[in-house]
Design a protein around this ligand. Structure first.
Ligand code: SAM
Length: 290
């Protein structure tokens, strides 16, 4: 039987055979550890009923393990040089469809409507290119796709920020942006040694389970996120200072103070101590000053 694509020897032989050279600018760090791949697949809860969307299949090491469990896999790869390689490595898996496209430009609603109309359980699974992690995840979270969730390998530092809770030093506007749409859990820390070439940073697998609806009631979503960003603009400053410097004007200070008092939120607190519920209350309250 053929070896897994992810074995270091097989990966090397594919790279040599196709004279492939890694592009750092595309975040090309390929996984060569079967245990980590198994962990990703099991965390995502892939079954024979699941349709998977993969981003950046590389030479197909994760795609292969997904294909062994899933009903269908659709993989978006930006690098044209990898398309013939994937045709070769994934030839035993006819239920895998590789699309040569930048995922940020892909119409995922359309793809799901056309290819996954009979599939109820859809997961996004990937070892993401680190240069573009946050835009990809925010696209997946905000487009209201009919997916159960997202399980991805990303830079550990970014995973820690996405999953952080109030009071934690990593808690910030990214934590709230992600947790507004999904339940976030950092699953496992991954050492650099499981990739070729090795990246400069540690990685983590994070799971994001999509919420059916946001955990808080927000009157104006865009303003809610503006309030959150302003509250974290200068982390050492108090909430009141951040709001008057970065959201509203100085002469509105007495009004902001009044609203904070009404809401029972102490303006001397720092943004990092506020829960997502308190940010919702705050943005709904401040809306009249907008
Ligand atoms: N899945 C493979 C693995 O685990 O070995 C490769 C992962 S590698 C970290 C990221 C992959 O994403 C590369 O193959 C890269 O060419 C691809 N990529 C980078 N930017 C992309 C984008 N905007 N859209 C789709 N694929 C992208």
């Amino acid at each position: 039987m053929r070896k897994d694509i992810s074995t270091p020897q097989y990966t090397r032989s594919i790279i040599d055979k196709h004279k492939f050279t890694f592009k750092k600018s595309l975040g090309q760090n390929f996984l060569i550890d079967r245990n980590i791949l198994d962990k990703i697949v099991s965390t995502a809860g892939i079954t024979s009923e699941t349709g998977v969307i993969e981003i950046g299949p590389g030479i197909g090491s994760l795609t292969e393990q997904l294909a062994k469990h899933a009903k269908k896999v659709t993989a978006f790869e930006i690098d044209l040089r990898l398309i013939p390689i994937l045709k070769d490595t994934l030839s035993p898996y006819p239920h895998v469809n590789v699309i040569h496209q930048d995922v940020l430009e892909a119409d995922l609603h359309d793809m799901i409507k056309n290819d996954y109309s009979e599939i109820e359980d859809i997961m996004v699974v990937a070892n993401l290119p680190y240069y573009v992690t946050t835009p990809i995840i925010m696209k997946l979270l905000t487009e209201q796709l009919p997916i159960r969730g997202i399980v991805v390998m990303i830079q550990k530092e970014v995973a820690d920020r996405m999953a952080a809770k109030p009071g934690n030093k990593n808690y910030g506007s990214l934590s709230i942006a992600v947790q507004y749409y999904a339940e976030a859990k950092s699953e496992v820390k991954v050492p650099k040694t499981v990739f070729v070439p090795q990246p400069n940073v540690d990685s983590s697998v994070i799971s994001l389970t999509l919420r059916k609806q946001p955990p808080v009631e927000v009157t104006d979503e865009a303003f809610f996120f503006e309030v959150v960003r302003a509250s974290f603009a200068q982390r050492r400053k108090t909430l009141l200072n951040n709001l008057q410097n970065n959201l509203l004007s100085k002469d509105q200070k007495p009004l902001i103070e009044e609203i904070l008092q009404e809401l029972d939120i102490d303006g001397r607190r720092r943004g990092e101590s506020l829960t997502i519920g308190e940010f919702a209350k705050l943005s709904n309250g401040l809306l009249k000053l907008k």
